[in-house]
Design a binder for this molecule. Structure first.
Ligand code: ACO
Length: 424
């Protein structure tokens, strides 16, 4: 077996090496502290592998993303979101029968318990849909058994996949004061979601097949991304044996931050700001390079992709064709294209390998589809759900599973004597 050698003061330790199926190398440090008293220090976990995983492969240098071995380009072109969800959660592409069974299970479970409507009523009218989404998902564990046996767990997986889009659409209807539209069994996954979002009881509403297809593709592109912030959160919460609903709710909260899933909203806000400021793109490209300002180009840069984000390429092409087909002329798209061109002429961005990421164009697509800005990260959550579930299951089924418990290097004061309040 291959090993790595580490020396520290008088210690010399041999560490086991694990090589993944794509040649990635991991140095095992599980026994490091016991052998040397030292730990590794890696703030932000940029060099820390937290698990072995069979789900998603990323090569950030080459711009490769594969779910269970299938390239993201291939899946975006040929698969449906439900096929990808099945692939991620169950480990292989479904047969025709498996897919139709999966589809009918998801259809059957898409209603919310009627009592849960009261929860939505309790939120203020302008409640951010992401806050509503994470709390309602957490509340599902008050309605359903925790999933302690296999049958219960499978049912909870189906329930979550089926109900998240209903919760998402209800949270939007709540935010605009319209009546909730119930799920329809005759519509596909994305068409049903769009119907719940945009239909009103007083009018006929037909979902555009182009919009439903585009949404399906966007969800595929977001379906998994190995050990990112929200996925690691889902695994970490689940490692304490917390139930699936609680773990996914925590993942939704982690996704809500502007450095993660909130970036697509931040991109639109940034483009609108540039537009309101006369469209002076160069000014903002310069500002992003100015270390005295905390302005960053939102939708640029990625912890893992240091060449290009393959999802961004698919989305960029999709954006052009969908906007053209829908007849949408969005000035923000022109600003985005200009911003990308000008930024990539600058050494600052090229040297740091900062390229548009998946969120740079996804917001423009969502706008063209009529999805409001405050729902963008909710859309991301719907897409990411199968990935979170697959990762949670893998963590749970790992024979070597232990509760996640990182260590730290303490840098605070050394021992102090208690000082009474009169003497402070
Ligand atoms: N604009 C300007 N400068 C940037 C940007 C940006 N968008 N991103 C990184 N940099 C600079 C940093 O200032 C730093 O410069 P320095 O070396 O001179 O100090 C260098 O590039 C490295 O940046 P880090 O913050 O160390 O990179 P990290 O890998 O930690 O962060 C992140 C990655 C969070 C995505 C970052 O690039 C960023 O903030 N981007 C904007 C937000 C965004 O688009 N997030 C979405 C990510 S995709 C997703 O979650 C689905």
């Amino acid at each position: 077996m291959k090993t790595a050698k580490l020396t520290l003061d008088d210690w010399a330790v041999e560490l086991p090496v694990t090589v993944g199926s794509e040649g990635e190398v991991g140095i095992g440090i599980q026994k490091l502290r016991a052998q040397t008293g030292a730990i590794t220090l890696d703030s932000g976990y940029g060099n820390t592998g937290s698990c072995e995983s069979e789900i998603t492969f990323i090569d950030g240098e080459k711009g490769i993303l594969r779910y269970r071995g299938y390239s993201i380009e291939d899946l975006a072109q040929n698969a449906t979101f439900l096929e990808v969800a099945y692939l991620l959660v169950f480990g292989k592409l479904p047969s025709e029968d498996q897919l139709s069974g999966f589809n009918s299970e998801l259809t059957k479970h898409s209603l919310l318990h009627e009592d849960m409507k009261k929860f939505f009523e309790g939120y203020p009218p302008n409640a951010p849909p992401m806050s509503v989404l994470s709390t309602i998902v957490a509340s599902l564990s008050a309605y359903y058994a925790p999933g302690e046996n296999e049958a219960e767990l499978q049912l909870n997986i189906v329930r979550l996949l089926a109900k998240l889009k209903t919760v998402a659409a209800f949270s939007y209807k709540k935010s605009i004061g319209q009546p909730y539209i119930y799920p329809r069994n005759d519509l596909g996954y994305c068409a049903d979601f769009l119907h719940m979002m945009f239909a009103v009881p007083s009018e006929d509403y037909t979902v555009s097949p182009l919009v439903a297809k585009t949404l399906d593709m966007l969800l595929i592109l977001h379906a998994d991304h190995e050990q990112n912030c929200s996925t690691s959160t889902v695994r970490m919460v689940g490692s304490s044996d917390a139930n699936l609903f609680a773990s996914i709710s925590a993942g939704i909260s982690a996704l809500s931050g502007p450095l993660h899933g909130g970036a697509n909203t931040a991109v639109i806000n940034m483009l609108e700001k540039i537009q309101a400021d006369g469209g002076n793109v160069r000014k903002y490209v310069e500002l992003a390079q100015d270390k005295t300002s905390d302005f960053r180009l939102m939708g640029f840069g990625h912890r893992v992709y240091k060449n290009f984000d393959p999802r961004a390429r698919v989305i960029k092409d999709l954006t052009h064709s969908v906007l053209e087909e829908l007849g949408v002329d969005d000035p923000l798209l022109d600003i985005a294209l200009k911003l990308e061109r000008i930024a990539l002429e600058e050494d600052y961005f090229v040297d740091r390998k900062l390229y548009p990421n998946v969120d740079f164009y996804s917001g423009i697509l969502y706008r063209a589809m009529g999805i409001p800005t405050n729902m963008f990260t909710v859309m991301f959550s719907i897409g990411r759900l199968p990935g979170w579930i697959a990762q949670w299951m893998e963590m749970k089924n790992d024979p070597g599973k232990r509760i996640y418990r990182p260590r730290q290097i303490y840098t605070g004061p050394t021992e102090q004597k208690w000082v009474s309040i009169d003497d402070r």
